[in-house]
Design a protein around this ligand. Sequence first.
Ligand SMILES: [Zn+2]
Length: 276
Amino acid sequence: MRKMRVAALGIAAAVAAGTLYQLPASPFARNGYPERPAANTSTGPSQNDPGEAENQAASDPGTKVSPKTSSASGGPAEQITYPQQGTVRYSVLPGNPAAIGRAGTLRTFQIAIEGGIKGVDRTAFANFVRATYAAPQGWASGGLWRFRQVGPGQAADFTLMLVTPSTRDTICGGGPDRYTSCRIGDRVVLNVARWAHGVPNYGAPLPQYRQYMINHETGHRLGRGHELCPAAGQPAPVMQQQTLGLHGCTAYAWPYLGHTRYKGRLGQYDDPIPSS
Ligand SMILES: [Zn+2]
C-alpha cells in the first residue's frame, strides 16, 4: 500500500511535469510525407529579429491561445539545443479543454516532446500549436475541422511530436535524412532541427515557417496530399513541400486564404533533400 502511494505520487509528479513514456517503434516502414522547411538560418540570426522580442515574457505558463505566443515564435531568449539522437522518450504536455474551431469533425491530439531537446518552453510550444490551428486562416477556420489538445493518458486521434533528427528518421521511415519532418500514421512528426532553424531562403520569418510545418504535416493527417505551386509569384499552397523549394511561389503557411481554401494542383517536385 505504501509503495502504491509512492508510485501514485510519482505518477502525479510526472503528470505535472509532463509525463514520460515510451512510444513504440514505428510500425510503418514507409515514409508518409517528407517535409521540407523553408526559413533561413543555420545559426539563428532570425531569432534576434527585434520583431519577436516579446517572446520571453510571453513564455510564462499562461494558457491563452494567442497568436503572439512566446518563445515558441523564436524570440531572442530562446536557445534551443538538441542532440542528433534524443532519448526516444517523450514528455506529453498537459491538455487544454478548450475546443478549437466552431464546427466540423473533432480531432483530438496530444503534444509530445522528445527527451534531450532543451530550450523549448513547453507551455509556449503548446500555445503556438493551438494558436496555429485556431488562426483565422488555419485548419479550424473553415468549419470542417475542430481540434482539442488532450493530455497524458488520454486517447488522441493523433500525436504531434517534436523530435530529434535521428528519431525523425526512425519514426518516419523511408530514406533517412535527418532534415525533413513527416506524418506517419497518427503521428505528426516535427523535426526539431527545422523548428529551431527553419530552412534557407524561405523568405519569411521563422515563426511563419513553424506555422507552415505544423499546418503541412497536420494537413497530411487530415488526408491532404502534396500540391504544386499554382504560378510564379503566387502564395505557395500549404501542402506544397515548401521546405524543399518554393518553385516561384512565395512562402505561405496557411490552408486558407481570405476564408477560402487555398490549394494547388496535386503533385510534388523532385527536389533534393539538403544534407543536415
Ligand atoms: Zn508533406
